[in-house]
Design a protein around this ligand. Structure first.
Ligand code: ADP
Ligand code: GLC
Length: 483
């Protein structure tokens, strides 16, 4: 059965990306097309998005939408069919989509993302041309109000799915914005938008969606506990019946070591010799010692407490005693960026840090590194460890969320059974991270075992094939149920 789905998200690769959300919203529609699911995505008309639109036409106009007129453009971008909300007063501004140049959230974020949800709900209800969505797929807090708008529409109405990519970002605003949202009074309340006196956009989505998903089975369990629920565990427990964890995949055409234009040398799981060339290229590029025998660890990540960046800084002695090298590509907390730069200065030739966002370098690091470190305190899914598996960089991960679900620990029994694709550690502390680094250095000293582990990782299915089937099944079930 084919189903029409309107996805609503604040970023989508290749138009605009600040993290894994964009990778997911960029790749999932293509994977779902193979399942007979027709997804079109509504995104805000940021300058970077409007710049890339090749062919567009106006399919809907709003005389007034949160402070000014707005239009919805239909466009085909990089082969995908999209809707773009062109509302200059809300989205036509330089810089980051969420924060101003002083690092603080844009003062009108409540209006910007209410507008996105309202426009999405209107399109979903009225359809555009012959596109009449049966299901609306809202991604993260920026689309969180959408299920609320749909819930209060008279039936028949499309069904809604709220996907939580990260419970740490909830879209909290003062209750005073409620009046501007044009929702009925009963939407505000403990069972609705209200969150300890404030308003929570993600909470609204979780409360009102017909189905709630998150991006790995383990994270789906963790967020129902007080430790992992970030204040929403009670509501998530209440919604357990409709909550499911579907792990992310990666776009295996974007991330394909056999055909990656950014790499000095391309390779497959049977031609890994080329990785040596990429490693020495990377060592040169980053100013690391040209040392083929040193175990080269990388980090490609936001530098934040979530990602355990501070734990890694504390675990540097383990890298030093193992004779390893570390290359970090990341941006984030200024203090963490400063500490990583200081570590690079203190360890010339052994530690290198690039505090930039650079898509090409992300590919080059995955293609040349021996191992990837991800000591996250929590991780809804994580994509960089999936990319690392495919590229033959052995992932060293904290046993949390999607990391627990996607990396098989290479312990003694696993190795004896010809299993194991990386190293897991728990609990998440700098001491246990040091132990994991020591273990990795031991594995590295056995090249045969290391290569087996690498090959198993490269042959692991990290694509969207299985997860997109799970989404397709969910969308079909919702489309055929009564609204
Ligand atoms: P999150 O979304 O929590 O930041 P994910 O692991 O899901 O983490 O996704 C991160 C995505 O962003 C990956 O595609 C990764 O390659 C990319 N990325 C992170 N930091 C950088 C950076 N500094 N430069 C380039 N790409 C980056
Ligand atoms: C979030 C999470 C990350 C996940 C990504 C895409 O940014 O932090 O774990 O992979 O969304 O779902």
């Amino acid at each position: 059965m084919s189903v029409s789905v309107l996805a609503v998200a604040s970023e989508v690769y290749p138009l605009l990306k600040t993290g894994g959300l964009a990778d997911v919203t960029g790749a999932l529609p293509q994977a779902l097309a193979a399942e007979g699911i027709d997804v079109r995505t509504l995104v805000p008309g940021y300058p970077a998005v409007l710049r890339d639109i090749d062919e567009s036409n106006v399919v809907r106009q709003f005389a007034m939408l949160h402070g000014g007129p707005a239009r919805v453009l239909e466009a085909r971008v990089a082969g995908a069919r999209m809707f773009v909300l062109d509302a200059p007063q809300l989205f036509d501004r330089p810089g980051n989509p969420y924060v101003a140049s002083d690092g603080k959230p844009w003062a009108d974020n409540a209006s910007r993302f209410a507008a996105l949800a309202q426009a999405g709900a209107t399109i979903a209800r009225d359809g555009i041309g012959d596109f009449q969505p049966e299901v609306v797929h809202a991604h993260d807090w920026q689309a969180g109000l959408l299920p609320a708008y749909l819930h209060f529409m008279p039936p028949p109405r499309p069904r809604s799915v709220m996907t939580i990519h990260n419970l740490a970002f909830q879209g909290l605003f003062p209750a005073s914005v409620f009046a501007s949202l044009e929702l009925p009074d009963q939407a505000f309340g403990i069972d609705g938008l209200e969150y300890y006196g404030d308003i929570g956009y993600l909470k609204a989505g979780i409360a009102f969606a017909d189905s709630v998903t998150t991006v790995s089975p383990t994270y789906a369990a963790e967020i129902r506990t007080p430790e992992g629920g970030m204040g929403l565990d009670g509501l998530l427990r209440k919604r357990s019946q409709v909550l499911v964890g579907i792990r992310n995949g990666i776009d295996c055409t974007v991330w394909d070591p056999a055909n990656d234009g950014y790499l000095a040398a391309c390779y497959g799981d049977d031609s890994r010799g080329a990785r040596r060339e990429n490693k020495s290229w990377l060592q040169r590029r980053l100013g690391l010692d040209a040392d083929a025998r040193a175990l080269l660890f990388i980090v490609v990540s936001r530098l934040t407490p979530q990602k355990g960046s501070d734990l890694l800084l504390e675990a540097l002695p383990a890298l030093q005693r193992g004779g390893a090298q570390l290359a970090v590509l990341g941006t984030g907390d200024m203090e963490l960026e400063r500490r990583f730069k200081a570590a690079a200065e203190a360890n010339p030739g052994r530690v290198a840090v690039e505090t930039i966002f650079d898509e090409s370098l992300a590919h080059q690091m995955q293609g040349g590194a021996d191992a990837l470190l991800m000591p996250s305190r929590f991780e809804p899914c994580g994509l960089t460890q999936l990319i690392a598996l495919r590229y033959g960089a052995v992932p060293i991960v904290a046993r949390v969320g999607g990391l627990a679900d996607t990396v098989v620990d290479a312990n003694e029994m696993a190795l004896a059974a010809d299993a194991g694709t990386g190293v897991q550690f728990a609990p998440v502390s700098s001491e246990m991270l040091e132990c994991a680094i020591d273990r990795t250095c031991d594995l590295w000293r056995d090249p045969v075992e290391w290569q087996r582990m690498q090959t198993r990782g490269m042959r692991t299915d990290v694509s969207w094939r299985a997860p997109s089937r799970a989404y397709a099944t969910l969308f079909r079930a919702l489309a055929s149920s009564d609204g």
